[in-house]
Design a protein around this ligand. Sequence first.
Ligand SMILES: Cc1cc2nc3c(=O)[nH]c(=O)nc-3n(C[C@H](O)[C@H](O)[C@H](O)COP(=O)(O)O)c2cc1C
Length: 363
Amino acid sequence: MPKLFEPLALRGITLKNRIAVSPMCQYSSVDGFATDWHLVHLGGRAVGGAGLIISEAAAVSPEGRISPEDLGIWKDEHVPMLQRITAFLLAQGSVPGIQLAHAGRKASTYSPWTGEGAVPESAGGWPVVGPSAVAFADNYPQPTALDAAGIQKVIADFRAAAVRALAAGFQVVELHAAHGYLLHEFLSPLSNLRTDEYGGSFENRIRLLLEVTAATREVWPENLPLLVRISATDWTEGGWNPDEAVQLASILKTRGVDLIDCSTGGNVPKAPIPVGPGYQVEFAGRIREEAGIMTGAVGLITTPAEAEAILANGQADLVLLAREFLREPYFPLLAAHELGVEMPWPAQYERGKPRVQAAAGQR
Ligand SMILES: Cc1cc2nc3c(=O)[nH]c(=O)nc-3n(C[C@H](O)[C@H](O)[C@H](O)COP(=O)(O)O)c2cc1C
C-alpha cells in the first residue's frame, strides 16, 4: 500500500489518506460570510477524495482580514453556512479543517484581482496592527503596534473563533503562524522590534503564538487535532530561521499541537526564495526528525510520485497541495489510480472511474 493512501490518525479522528487541500483564500466573502462558492469549491475537493480539507484563512476579527473579501469567523452569524459546508465534506468522507488567522500588518490590502497594496479607509479599508509600527512594504498600510490590551484581544479572538469552528462542525483547527501574518510577524526579529515581553529574545517572540495556542487548546476538544502552520524561514539574513523553527516546533509539541504544517517566507518582500519542486519539503523533514512531531509538507508538490516519495522518505506525515488542487479537484482519486490503489469513487461518478480495460462509450 503506498503511504499516500495509508490512513492517518490524529487524536480521535482518522484521515482516510494523507492528501490535504492546503488553505487557499478565495476572496469571495462579504462581511466574512462563506457563500455557495465555498460550498462548491471545498465540496468539489471532497468529492475528489481529499483526506483533509483546510479552509482558507478565516479571520478571527474583521481587522484580521487580509482583504475586505476574506472569509471570517468572528461572529456567530458566520457559523450556519460553515456548518452546511462541513456537513457536506463529512458526508463525502473528508475531514473538514479550518485555518484561523489574523493578517496583522498585511491586513486591509486589495484581493488579487481587485488591486494591489493598501485599501484606503475611504475605500473600505481599516487601521491595521502589528508587533511594531513597521509596514511590510511601501505600498502596504502603516501598522500601529499592539498594546497589552490589543494582544489580549487577539488571544481572545482566536479562542472565540475556535469555539465557533467547533460549533460549525470543523474537526481540525490550524493556526496560521506563517506567511508574514500577525503570529509570524511576532516570531520574526525583522518585523518584531518590541522591547517588552513579546519582543527581543526567542522566548519573547514566540510568546504570543504560545498564548494563542494555549487559549485555542483550552476550548478545542482534547480528541480533536490542532495544527500550526509556520514559515520555517524568512529566507533573509537576520530573520526567523530554521533552527528557531525546530526549537518552536519542539515547544509546540508540548503544548498540545499535533502537527506542524511547514511552509516558508512571506514576511519579507522580494526575499530570495529558491522556488522549485518540493522546495519546502526539507523543512518538514528536519522538523519531523529533530522536534519529533508530525509534519505536513507543502509547496510545489504536484504529482502522486512526488507526494508518495516525501512520505516514504520519512520527511512528512501529510502532504498539502494548493495550486494542483485548483487544476485538478480529483487529484486523490486519480493519484490512487496511478499508484494502483483501489479507492472508491462517489457513486454518482463511478462511471467515470478509470479502468484498465475501459470500454469507451459502452452503456
Ligand atoms: C489562491 C491561493 C490562496 C492561498 N491562500 C492561503 C491561505 O489562506 N492560507 C495559507 O496558509 N496559505 C495560502 N496559500 C498558500 C498555499 O496554501 C500553499 O502553501 C502554497 O500555494 C504552496 O503550495 P502549492 O505549490 O501546492 O500551491 C494560498 C495559495 C493560493 C494559490
